[in-house]
Design a protein around this ligand. Structure first.
Ligand code: DC
Length: 222
């Protein structure tokens, strides 16, 4: 597998297991890993740092056009910095999480991020890319497109365990973000027509990773 060029697109809602599965798969394939959600989160961090109102789309665009983003694509050590500052911690905080759907819905923000994501994909021989619009917009020619999902109760259970937060509040927050991410006008979270849908509610990480590896191997052999 290591000698083949390939792009794997992993889309799905929050808490579906995309990040863990994508990183593991990338390691298995000796591939790069791109967390596009981290890019939208870093942009959101910069917007909040600049004190721009979330309704001010021109102000958001100004922050994003000047934004210096550096993201590593090593699946063992994913990391991101914005304007020279490491933001791995802050981008997972509640302020960024609450604001990221609004910032990522701004068409100009998506235009800039999609262009940067495509450039990162182009410079990698093999890469696993996770997000919401990878199969449909960022990498429509991906070798394998996966739509990873899980029941909302299970997704909330995973997130609340991960972040030590209240289950009911986490489920409500996920529902709010799912709604915003799937109903925005530009590039909403949507299953690609040619994506394989995998429901991870009853599956462990290893099972999901093995199934994706099997699917990819089968496709490459066909
Ligand atoms: O995967 P995540 O929860 O870290 O993503 C954070 C937010 O970024 C999510 O609410 C929607 C947005 N996002 C997006 O709009 N498009 C992507 N390709 C990835 C994330």
């Amino acid at each position: 597998m290591a000698e083949l060029r390939c792009v794997v697109a992993v889309d799905g809602p929050s808490g579906s297991g995309k990040s863990t599965v994508s990183r593991r798969l990338a390691q298995l394939l000796d591939a790069r890993y791109l967390d596009t959600g981290a890019m939208y989160r870093a942009a959101t961090w910069a917007v909040l740092q600049a004190g721009v109102d979330l309704a001010d789309t021109d102000g958001i665009a100004k922050v994003v056009v000047d934004l210096e983003l550096l993201i590593t694509t090593d699946p063992a050590h994913p990391s991101i910095s914005a304007n020279g500052e490491n933001v791995d911690g802050p981008i997972r905080g509640p302020e960024v999480t609450a604001a990221v759907s609004a910032v990522s819905a701004v068409p100009f923000v998506r235009q800039v991020m999609v262009a940067r994501q495509r450039a990162l994909i182009d410079e990698s021989a093999r890469i696993v890319v996770e997000g919401r619009d990878i199969g449909n917009i960022v990498a429509p020619d991906a070798d394998l497109k996966v739509f990873l999902t899980a029941s909302s109760a299970e997704r909330a259970r995973r997130r609340s365990t991960e972040n030590a937060t209240d289950h009911a509040a986490t489920e409500a927050d996920l529902a709010r973000r799912d709604h915003l991410d799937s109903t925005r006008k530009v590039n909403p979270l949507q299953q690609a027509a040619d994506a394989v849908v995998l429901d991870s509610t009853e599956l462990g990480i290893d099972e999901v990773v093995s199934e994706l590896h099997r699917l990819l191997t089968t496709r490459k052999a066909a």
